[in-house]
Design a protein around this ligand. Structure first.
Ligand code: NDP
Length: 324
């Protein structure tokens, strides 16, 4: 038996309950991981609330780092004792141990701690696909990223700066603005108090941005489109404030022949080769210090409900982990 956070119904953070569950052994192609640290992500709250459908009872959690305890038949790349990190798994992470398909697991370099591995894998690979695949950022590009002081945000800001972009962010408090400025963002706008479109116009001298990365959703739409220059790219990759409402495709024409996409990390790393490329690039920028991983919230596993409440109430910055 192992301790895990399980929910038997969807709802608020209170549905997250600490229980003892039986730990399955790894099947063919699988590894059993003992977690040393577990990542908390906004997607976990969508699965808990029912916004993204799950099968009950459900153990949330899509990111973690730890040690391989046991490998199933046919697994050759991993041995007991290997340090590993992963993202995905369709839940199952908020637990002392978990089984994962070996082809989704990464070897964690010795100089990256378990805590950083658990904090950076899903969020760092997200920053990777946004910056390196969805819209490959080039030196001289002007990019806008909402919720700059968040878990993905602080990684994104540093990485975008490293790629040579001018990086504009938005954030919800003076403290978050300072934090984002210390992590790659050249300009940060308080979007709870100010009109971010007007600020982007001022900052860019009216040129506006090549790309807007928007995970806030309802509250920043359609204003995000007004931050783009003609032929710009609108990347809607989350909905922390609620879903983007349905809109007419002719809006993209009116705003200047814009492109719009709604990407998901797991489609970008579905091929093992692409997952390896992504992880290599992520580990590289972290190991050479171009991207620092900021862990501002640590909770015990049994405090998962509080972690969700803090994340959804905009009280967090940087990344959040649970310690089993
Ligand atoms: P964050 O740490 O960024 O937390 C969300 C932030 O969004 C808050 O801190 C807050 O920052 C801002 N926010 C704005 N409006 C609201 C609101 N009404 N309620 C709550 N928060 C709000 O989370 P993550 O780093 O885990 O994830 C960032 C986003 O990226 C999420 O939307 C997530 O779903 C998305 N994502 C998408 C992926 C994909 O594959 N498409 C993969 C990974 C993440 P502030 O106070 O500054 O406004």
């Amino acid at each position: 038996m192992v301790k895990a956070i399980r929910m038997t119904e969807t709802g608020g953070p209170e549905v997250l309950q600490l229980v003892d569950i039986e730990q399955p052994r790894p099947g063919p192609g699988e590894v059993l991981i003992e977690h040393k640290a577990i990542g908390v992500n906004f997607i976990d709250t969508y699965m808990r609330s029912g916004l993204y459908p799950v099968t009950l009872p459900f153990v949330p959690g899509n990111e973690g780092a730890g040690v391989v305890l046991e490998v199933g038949p046919g697994v050759e790349d991993f041995k007991p004792g290997h340090r590993v990190a992963y993202c995905g798994g369709n839940g199952g992470g908020y637990s002392e141990q978990r089984v994962m398909p070996a082809d989704r697991v990464l070897k964690l370099p010795d100089d990256i701690s378990f805590e950083r591995g658990a904090a950076m894998t899903l969020k760092g690979l997200t920053a990777w696909f946004l910056l390196r695949r969805t819209y490959p950022v080039k030196p001289g590009d002007i990019v806008l990223y909402h919720a700059a002081a968040g878990g993905v945000g602080l990684i994104f800001g540093q990485w975008a700066k490293h790629l040579g972009a001018t990086v504009i962010g938005t954030a919800g408090s003076p403290e978050k603005i300072e934090l984002a400025k210390a992590h790659g963002f050249d300009h940060v706008i308080n979007y709870r108090e100010e009109n971010f479109v007007e600020h982007v116009r001022e900052i860019t001298g009216g040129k506006m941005c090549q790309v807007v990365y928007d995970s806030v959703g309802k509250d920043t739409f359609p204003a995000s489109l007004d931050c783009l220059r003609p032929l710009g790219m609108f990347v809607s990759f989350g909905q922390s404030s609620g879903m983007v409402p349905p809109f007419s495709i002719s809006l993209l024409q009116q705003k200047g022949s814009l492109f719009a996409t709604r990407p998901v990390l797991f489609h970008y790393i579905a091929e093992r080769k692409e997952l390896d490329t992504a992880a290599e690039e992520l580990f590289d920028v972290v190991r050479k210090g171009a991207v620092r991983i900021v862990i501002n919230q640590r909770y015990k596993l049994e405090e998962a409900a509080k972690a969700h409440d803090d994340l959804e109430s905009r009280r967090t910055s940087g990344t959040t982990i649970l310690i089993p």
